[in-house]
Design a protein around this ligand. Structure first.
Ligand code: CP
Ligand code: NVA
Length: 305
């Protein structure tokens, strides 16, 4: 496999191998052991949307692997002025050793992968956010000591995070229940793919509109913003519709007593989650954010070495 676009394309073993590598690289970093696996290589990082975590963790991660990260804002490169993905892919393949891209349409990333001769890493599209979920699986493993047999509950918008969590959990054998309002449910094809993967790994995928049902007995409770990048004009309407899905103390108490709370960030306290939960003792949000660095180093080392 040349590219890292979706966890659905990875085998269970590939995901487990990347998780093991991420944990090893994290331990090495903490002990001061250098790992220049990508010495002399350059990663182009194309951003059409804002980012704090993805940009910084990829830049720092590439540097720690001995390589060079090149930030390419779409506002500055010709792609943003209408140069085709075909030409961009062909030209950048002559300079770079890999590209991480964050943009809107998932099909643009697929096209970039199709026309490039170098590995393409999906740093978020409207459909998927696989780098985040690899870091989330690492975080869950570190806190729970296992993945198989756990239950994840995702409450809120049926968005890129929900989709990638469906794919990630189904591959590694975690049960996942997703509760979204009617009209904001997950992409049907993603749900079908996840159900097929879950069958193979022996886990369950539950799709519901009932947040209390989804969160019951969960080991991991996950939410994300109700207004993703590009949906700013729908904000007012969304805030009203999503209110019953807010992860507050009362709803969170229906999960297991030792459940961890996760959020990819950026978070909007008082909307999708209340302060007492996101800043409470069960929250692992900053471990997740840190693990973006380690998980993405594992992705780059796997696809670019
Ligand atoms: N979680 C995440 O991808 O954060 P950024 O948008 O800051 O990169
Ligand atoms: N669903 C959010 C995730 C941000 C990391 C968005 O797409 O804006």
């Amino acid at each position: 496999m040349k590219d890292f676009l979706s966890l659905h394309d990875c085998s269970k073993e590939q995901i487990e191998d990347m998780l093991k590598l991420a944990i090893k690289l994290k331990a090495e970093l903490k002990s001061g052991i250098p790992h220049p696996i990508l010495k002399g290589k350059t990663l182009g990082m194309i951003f059409t949307k804002s980012s704090t975590r993805t940009r910084v963790s990829f830049e720092v991660g590439m540097t720690q692997l001995g390589g060079y990260p090149l930030f390419l804002s779409s506002a500055d490169i010709q792609l943003g002025r209408g140069e085709t993905i075909y030409d961009t892919a062909n030209v950048l393949s002559r300079y770079l050793d890999g590209i991480m891209i964050r943009t809107y349409a998932h099909s643009d990333v697929e096209d970039l992968a199709k026309y490039s001769t170098i590995p393409i890493i999906n740093g978020l599209t409207d459909l998927l956010h696989p780098c985040q979920v690899l870091a989330d699986l690492q975080t869950t493993y570190e806190h729970k000591g296992k993945l198989e047999g756990l239950k994840m509950a995702y409450l809120g918008d049926g968005n890129n995070m929900a989709h990638s969590l469906l794919y990630g959990c189904a591959k590694v054998g975690m049960d996942i229940s997703v509760a979204t309002p009617e009209g904001y449910m997950c992409n049907e094809e993603v749900v079908e793919n996840a159900k097929a993967d879950a069958k193979k790994s022996g886990s369950n995928v539950i799709i519901t509109n009932d947040p209390a049902e989804a969160i019951k007995n969960a080991d991991v409770v996950y939410t994300d913003t109700w207004v993703s990048m590009g949906q700013e004009s729908e904000k007012e309407e969304r805030l009203k519709i999503f209110t019953p899905y807010q992860v507050n103390k009362e709803l969170f108490s229906k999960a297991k007593s030792d459940a961890i709370f996760m959020h990819c960030l950026p978070a909007y306290r008082g909307f999708e989650v209340t302060e007492d939960v996101i800043d409470g003792k069960n929250s692992v949000i900053f471990d997740e954010a840190e693990n973006r660095l380690h998980a993405q180093k594992a992705i780059m080392a796997t696809f670019m070495a």
